[in-house]
Structures are given as structure tokens and as C-alpha cells.
Design a protein around this ligand. Structure first.
Ligand code: SF4
Length: 235
């Protein structure tokens, strides 16, 4: 498992992938991250210490990933990270959090003394698809509600049950409202190997081949593209 990378993409940054406590909102049809979760706080802190020691601050931007939400880190990791941010001159910190934590986002922005980007996995603006296909249990009325809490979202593309029409709608809304959009193509894993829609992904790659050059958009074709994680064993 690769846990540290220097990503030279649109938002050049160092990235660390850490372990954390289990996600509170299990059950998403596309998520296969249980191996990254532990109730052993000592193990989480140990992994964090190892990866934080590699950070140099080369781009002044750092992304801290876990396969859950930033709120699923023990408080000790928050303090360790604060030392890294201040000690290595980090000016922008990117983290991820579930929409259900939105009322707590201010805890992150007030704790760290730098610009914070909280990426929220909205996945799609089609509520029916999100609930029935992706099985993601989050509720919001639309982009105007989301933007009150964050300007940075993640979309998921390529599950059977999504359609060209729903994807066009998602991309159009995302580009109209949000400053940063991470468009993630479904990677095959134990959960998605039979739900992965290859034809839809191929259509998307062709239809939206210029999306990667649009400011504020990162298209992530495989989780490993950002240099952390591991290659999918499913092809
Ligand atoms: S996608 Fe996020 S909310 Fe859903 S199970 Fe995975 S970590 Fe939890």
C-alpha cells in the first residue's frame, strides 16, 4: 500500500493516505475500504507519524486522505497534523468529509491555521440514483444547499444504473456551482466488479475528454492515479 506521494497534477501537492477509525456511514455500494479501518488508535497514530515524517512542504499544499471522513481520525492525529502544517509551511490543506458531518466542518477550518478545502462525496445530484444505485445515505435539496458548506465536491461516474443523461446533468451542475470538482471513475473492487459500467465509462472518457483541462476539475481515472493506494486486483 503506497501512502505518500507527490502529485504533480493541476493542484500540485503532497498526498498522504492514512488509516482511521471505521466510517460511521457504511453501506455505499461502491466503497470497499474496510481494510483501511481499525479501532486500534495506536495503529492509526503510528501510520500517521510515519507518513507525516515524509512531508517536506514542497508545494505548500497537502492532501490528507483516509477511507472515511476527517472526523474519523483520533484527536491526536489532528494535533500531529497541525504541527506538520505549521512546521512545513503548508498553506492549503485538502481533506475529505462525509456530508453528514457538514455542521462540524467549521471545527476543521478553525483548528488549522491555513486554507482548508473540504472535499465532500456528493457522487451525483440525482437523488434516486444516489440512494438506490450508489446506496449512499446522504440528503440535501440540491447544489445551493451544498455550496453553503463546501465549494469542493466529488462525483462518481460509471456504476450500472447511472446514465449518460444523469452524468451530463451532474457535470453541468458541478461546473456551475463549485470551485473544485473531483470526478472519480469507478474503480473495480470487491464491491463494484459486477456493477462497473465499462461502456458508460468509455462514453464519458470520449464525451468529456476536455474536462481534465477545465480549471478546478480533476478527473481521477483510477484511485492509484494520485500515487497512493494500491492497484486494483480486478480488471
Ligand atoms: S463512501 Fe464514504 S460514507 Fe460511504 S461507506 Fe465509504 S467511507 Fe463511508
Amino acid at each position: 500500500m503506497k501512502r505518500y506521494s507527490i502529485y504533480e497534477g493541476k493542484y500540485p501537492r503532497e498526498i498522504v493516505l492514512l488509516k482511521s477509525f471505521p466510517c460511521e456511514f457504511k453501506g455505499c455500494a461502491f466503497c470497499d475500504s474496510a481494510h483501511e479501518h481499525t479501532k486500534n488508535e495506536g495503529e492509526i497514530v503510528k501510520v500517521a507519524a510515519e507518513e507525516f515524517s515524509k512531508i517536506t512542504g514542497v508545494y505548500r499544499r497537502l492532501e490528507v486522505l483516509n477511507s472515511a471522513s476527517f472526523f474519523d481520525f483520533p484527536v491526536q492525529v489532528w494535533h500531529m497534523l497541525k504541527d506538520v502544517v505549521e512546521g512545513r509551511g503548508i498553506e492549503e490543506l485538502m481533506v475529505e468529509a462525509n456530508w453528514n458531518y457538514r455542521k462540524r466542518f467549521k471545527e476543521i477550518t478553525s483548528f488549522f491555521n491555513c486554507k482548508i478545502r473540504i472535499k465532500v462525496g456528493i457522487e451525483t445530484f440525482d437523488h434516486k440514483i444516489r440512494k438506490e444505485v450508489l446506496k449512499k445515505d446522504i440528503e440535501f435539496s440540491g447544489p445551493k444547499e451544498v455550496i453553503k458548506y463546501t465549494d469542493s465536491i466529488k462525483l462518481l461516474i460509471g456504476m450500472k444504473g447511472q446514465t449518460q443523461k444523469s452524468i451530463r446533468h451532474d457535470i453541468s451542475i458541478a461546473l456551475s456551482y463549485f470551485d473544485y470538482i473531483s470526478v472519480n471513475l469507478v474503480t473495480k473492487n470487491r464491491k463494484t466488479s459486477s456493477k462497473h459500467d465499462k461502456d458508460l465509462i468509455e462514453w464519458f472518457k470520449e464525451e468529456y475528454k476536455d474536462l481534465q483541462i477545465v480549471p478546478g476539475v480533476e478527473v481521477i481515472q483510477q484511485n492509484i492515479d494520485v500515487g497512493v493506494g494500491r492497484q486494483s486486483l480486478f480488471q
